[in-house]
Design a protein. Structure first.
Length: 255
């Protein structure tokens, strides 16, 4: 598991000739450690702006996805309204269809609203999530009906039942949804490249794709950029490792 990370870091510290060498024993740099690869990439691509754009996109997507998914999931699981099964089947169909199919209509919507090269364009596909709605619906369905009946006897309305009783009991599912949403938003490549081609409005993954040349590649600089792109998510994983494991285990159990 650690070999790809070690290879990425060691390649980032090599010269270009060492990086493309076919010598199988050339694992460590022979001509010194070239930390200037990091500084050159940092200057060529303003990583402070890229970090800011990426973190803002992740934060807004997580907030929007958790808010819309938990409301929709509660409605599908506990409420009764016309055409409920039909609307939920549309959500399931959306999960079955590849996401690339929605890129053209979503791009046309963003373009018509004049939101290209903005953070709202990066947020747009993550406002609602079919996976999150399904996950929250399964979580709410697992709660006993007696909780709602007891709340009704105490005079709680449906909004109070949701905010004070049901929502706190599904915290683990929301943590799972937040983790998956953050990971999907962090590694999203195609959408930022389409709607935010400018370097000052795009995210880390889209900016890294531009480091690769058409005919020649500077592999040490590519790996240096990859190291700086992986570092924030790696730090977050080390800090919130317990929540990551619990969230993934919970989502696996529910699905």
């Amino acid at each position: 598991m650690l070999i790809p990370f070690a290879w990425m870091i060691l390649t980032a510290l090599k010269t270009k000739s060492e990086a493309i060498s076919i010598n199988p024993f050339l694992i460590f740099p022979h001509n010194g450690w070239h930390f200037e690869n990091f500084s050159e990439v940092w200057k060529s691509y303003n990583f402070l702006i890229l970090y800011k754009n990426t973190l803002i996109t992740i934060f807004l997507r997580v907030v929007c996805a958790c808010m819309t998914a938990t409301l929709a999931g509660y409605a599908f699981a506990r409420l009764h309204f016309p055409f409920k099964k039909f609307f939920f089947s549309l959500i399931l169909i959306q999960m079955m269809v590849p996401g690339q199919i929605f890129i053209i209509p979503q791009y046309l919507m963003v373009s018509n609203m004049h939101m290209l090269n903005t953070k709202l364009a990066l947020l747009f596909p993550g406002i609602v999530t079919a996976f999150g709605t399904y996950l929250c619906k399964q979580s709410y369905q697992s709660l006993p009906k007696s909780l709602e009946e007891a709340a009704e006897l105490d005079g709680c309305s449906i909004p109070k039942q949701f905010f004070y009783i049901m929502l706190p009991l599904t915290r683990s599912s929301l943590v799972s949804l937040g983790i998956f949403t953050a990971l999907f938003a962090y590694k999203d490549l195609m959408w930022p490249m389409i709607v935010c081609p400018k370097s000052d409005a795009t995210t880390l993954t889209a900016a890294l794709s531009k480091i690769q040349g058409q005919f020649t590649n500077n592999y040490p600089q590519i790996m240096a950029g990859a190291v700086m792109a992986v570092l924030p998510m790696l730090i977050l994983y080390l800090i919130f490792q317990k929540q990551f494991v619990e969230g993934i285990a919970t989502s696996g159990g529910k699905l």
